[in-house]
Design a protein around this ligand. Structure first.
Ligand SMILES: [Zn+2]
Length: 442
């Protein structure tokens, strides 16, 4: 039964698949301007369609890639529901803002409250999964148990939807404690593992005001990204209206994410867009071997500099001082007199190199881009290890880093320090072959 859920995931007709997401697409053009009765709503600025098979792991808390967002774009995610008491309030707040989010539902919660799953779907949000029982130490489970958790979670949410549709193939691992084995299994099933770009610590014993502060601070530090929240927490219910209001005031825009299907192709993107902070367009090396705009070839020619431009005449160079005594003064050196060749030199011109000079084969270009991204990620991971080792005040273990995510920034490192008192360091996951530890979460 579970196998059939997976096996049929991509082959079912669209009419039976992702029914809940159709309304999401209908909401694609939603914005504050067309959120009736809510003039202060932030709205949803756009919907992006992603292909999990092309991008199996995202979220810079653990990985070097994230969603292809523009500056000041935010993706809202809510974990651990549905829990009617709080989840319904979260849905009401989002509805009042016409803001669409992604909900990572727990299978056991879905079994206990299937109506809550349908409410998320009917409100046009993306329904995703978060395992069956939300094991806190998933990285320590035998891989077979982890696989079972993932598959059962999907099966439970599918059953709760009760319309033949399946949840989106988006998966968040509890505590972000993914392992290589879990990631490989997810990829083999066409699931996209979602980490996040920043949390707001709303699962900790902090005030709603603190949740608000952390959400805004960490978003401002990164400029865009995936915000991780929980729809089962009263402090999140209390903080969310303020967060959405402040996002609008500061010019942020909400982006809704849905999965690609055979009938709905992925939004076209460039590889660099999946990096949180792509190299600048103005840095030539970051775009190499693309030909920069300033290297346009054509009939234009550049004049050669004339010797007169050097203007050595004002100096006393070459003119010997007359000797005293019996010596006869020497004539000045022939230069800096102007040469008789000067007129012809002035007419000379140098051609601009042709664009073809810089062209390299497409295959070599992709290799260079990949190795450039790899080097950047490696350097980033290495600097994180070093700085985190200093913060932790303890030596690195061979082959492992004790570190918060590199790009989490100072704000996101705060929970890591808090973790030393509150909980064990959490997930280890792959960053270009390296393991990093990230702040624990539920
Ligand atoms: Zn969770």
């Amino acid at each position: 039964m579970i196998a059939s859920v997976f096996g049929g995931l991509w082959r079912r007709p669209l009419t039976a698949l992702y029914v809940g997401l159709l309304s999401s697409v209908a909401a694609q053009a939603a914005s504050a301007a067309d959120c009736p009765g809510h003039p202060d709503a932030i709205g949803t600025s756009r919907t992006i369609v992603v292909d999990p098979r092309a991008h199996p792991i995202i979220g810079t808390m653990q990985y070097n890639k994230t969603l292809p967002l523009e500056d000041h774009e935010v993706v809202l995610t809510f974990d651990d529901g549905p829990l009617p008491k709080y989840s319904n309030q979260i849905l009401d707040i989002l509805a009042a803002h016409c803001a669409k989010a992604t909900f990572f539902l727990v299978g056991r919660q879905a079994n206990g409250n299937p109506e809550g799953v349908r409410k998320v779907r009917d409100a046009g949000h993306t329904v995703a999964t978060h395992t069956q029982n939300h094991p806190s130490g998933m990285h320590r489970l035998p891989l077979d148990r982890s696989k079972q958790e993932i598959e059962q979670g999907i099966a439970s949410v599918t059953a709760a939807l009760a319309d033949g549709s399946a949840p989106a193939p988006f998966l968040r691992i509890p505590g972000l404690r993914a392992t290589d084995g879990i990631e490989e299994f997810a990829a083999s099933k066409g699931l996209q593992v979602w980490s996040a770009d920043f949390p707001a610590d709303d699962w900790r014993n902090v005030s709603a005001a603190r949740v608000y502060e952390l959400a805004i601070e960490r978003l401002e530090a990164k400029g865009k990204g995936i915000l991780l929240l929980h729809d089962i927490q009263p402090r999140t219910v209390a903080a969310l209206p303020r967060i959405l209001h402040e996002l609008k005031v500061r010019g942020y825009r909400i982006v809704h994410v849905v999965p690609a299907t055979p009938d709905r192709p992925a939004t076209p993107t460039e590889p660099q867009q999946w990096l949180l902070h792509p190299p600048s367009e103005t840095v030539a090396i970051s775009r190499w071997p693309k030909i920069p705009k300033f290297a346009v070839a054509g009939p234009a020619v550049l004049p050669a500099p004339a010797l007169s431009d050097l203007d050595w005449r004002t100096s006393g160079l070459g003119v010997r001082a007359p000797r005293r005594g019996r010596s006869v003064p020497l004539p000045p050196a022939p230069w800096p007199r102007q040469s008789s060749l000067l007129p012809t030199v002035t007419l000379a011109a140098l051609p601009v190199p042709a664009a073809s000079l810089f062209k390299i084969p497409e295959s070599a270009r992709m290799t260079l881009l990949a190795s450039s991204a790899s080097r950047a990620a490696t350097a980033q991971a290495r600097s994180t290890e070093v700085s985190a080792a200093k913060v932790a005040g303890k030596p690195r273990r061979p082959g492992r880093a004790v570190a918060p995510p590199a790009s989490a920034g100072p704000a996101a490192q705060a929970p890591q320090r808090a973790d030393t008192n509150l909980s064990k360091p959490a997930a280890q996951a792959k960053r270009n072959g390296r393991s990093v530890r990230v702040a624990g979460k539920r």
